[in-house]
Design a protein around this ligand. Structure first.
Ligand code: ZN
Length: 300
């Protein structure tokens, strides 16, 4: 991934951004966002980056008109795409995440009329786009849950996990991580066996060789059809051969430090978006085309 100066040179104007979106969104030619066909789509000569779909069952004779940003996260925006791109780039490269206040300071200085709500909205649209494709983990996997929010004094005490979701303001997040690979994480309503079981089975693929968890009862059925290994944290056991949960715990601390450091307070409604953001960044940490991929994702 390049630095911000190189990024700015790549996208000096809104048209440069639009050309880039066209290339990533429609690598095989412009498709109608409504009927998903290339045939019957005509460029509007008077309006650059606008097209009309004249397929009979879609736009008909008058044509269904769309632009490069129709059905994307940028839809209806009045903010220059240049700025959107810059914010997306910052979010990708800032390992600990960035808050909308930081974004405003870093990016919007030249657009002083922009208030924090706009920054906040743009950041959230990007986070929503960072949903990513369904990932199927292979090899050695670690699974763990964590709780975000709640009282400060409970935050660092890993032994006080598994208290259910009853803790004041705490929200449960479940995650599965392949060692040296990718992470899958999501906010869950409760930590019962059915929920945990369902999550693990959806996250791991057939090539899983180990599912390491702690002794929490919610994981007790995993061994029925998966190679389940358990470390008993309650008795001070943290590593038994290949069985440990250090990798996923590293990811949790990245998420929690990021949320506390940059966002201060994350409401329950938005936590899934932050989980998206941190997972996406983690999964693309070695991807030189991360930004290109993000543009492809957010326009599909
Ligand atoms: Zn169409």
């Amino acid at each position: 991934m390049q630095n911000l100066a190189a990024f700015d040179r790549m996208f000096p104007t809104d048209d440069a951004c639009k050309e880039y979106i066209v290339a990533k969104r429609w690598p095989d030619g412009v498709k109608c966002p409504r009927c998903h066909r290339k045939e019957g789509v005509y460029a509007l000569k008077a309006r650059p980056f606008h097209w009309a779909c004249k397929n009979k069952d879609c736009g008909g004779r008058n044509g269904y008109r769309f632009s490069v940003i129709t059905h994307t996260i940028f839809q209806d925006t009045k903010i220059p795409l240049k700025l959107w791109f810059k914010v997306g780039f910052l979010m990708l490269t800032a390992k600990k995440g960035v808050s909308s206040l930081q974004v405003r300071r870093m990016v919007f200085g030249e657009y002083s009329g922009t208030d924090w709500r706009t920054c906040w909205y743009i950041c959230h649209r990007w986070r929503a786009a960072m949903k990513g494709d369904a990932i199927s983990l292979a090899g050695e996997i670690e699974v763990d849950e964590t709780y975000v929010g709640g009282k400060e004094k409970n935050k660092h005490v890993s032994h006080r996990k598994h208290v259910g979701t009853g803790g004041a303001g705490k929200v449960a997040v479940i995650g599965a991580i392949a060692r040296k690979g990718m992470v899958v994480a999501k906010v869950i309503e409760n930590t019962d066996t059915a929920t945990l079981d369902g999550f693990v089975h959806s996250a791991v693929g057939p090539k899983v060789s180990l599912v390491a968890t702690d002794e929490y009862a919610g994981y007790r059925l995993l061994g029925r059809d998966l190679p389940h290994g358990v470390v008993r944290h309650a008795t001070g056991q943290y590593v038994v051969g290949a069985v440990h949960t250090n990798t996923i715990e590293g990811f949790w601390s990245l998420l929690k430090r990021g949320i506390m450091g940059s966002y201060h307070k994350v409401s329950k409604d938005y936590l899934p978006l932050y989980v998206n953001e941190f997972s996406w960044r983690y999964n693309n940490r070695r991807n030189p085309n991360a930004f290109a991929d993000l543009i492809t994702t957010c326009s599909n």
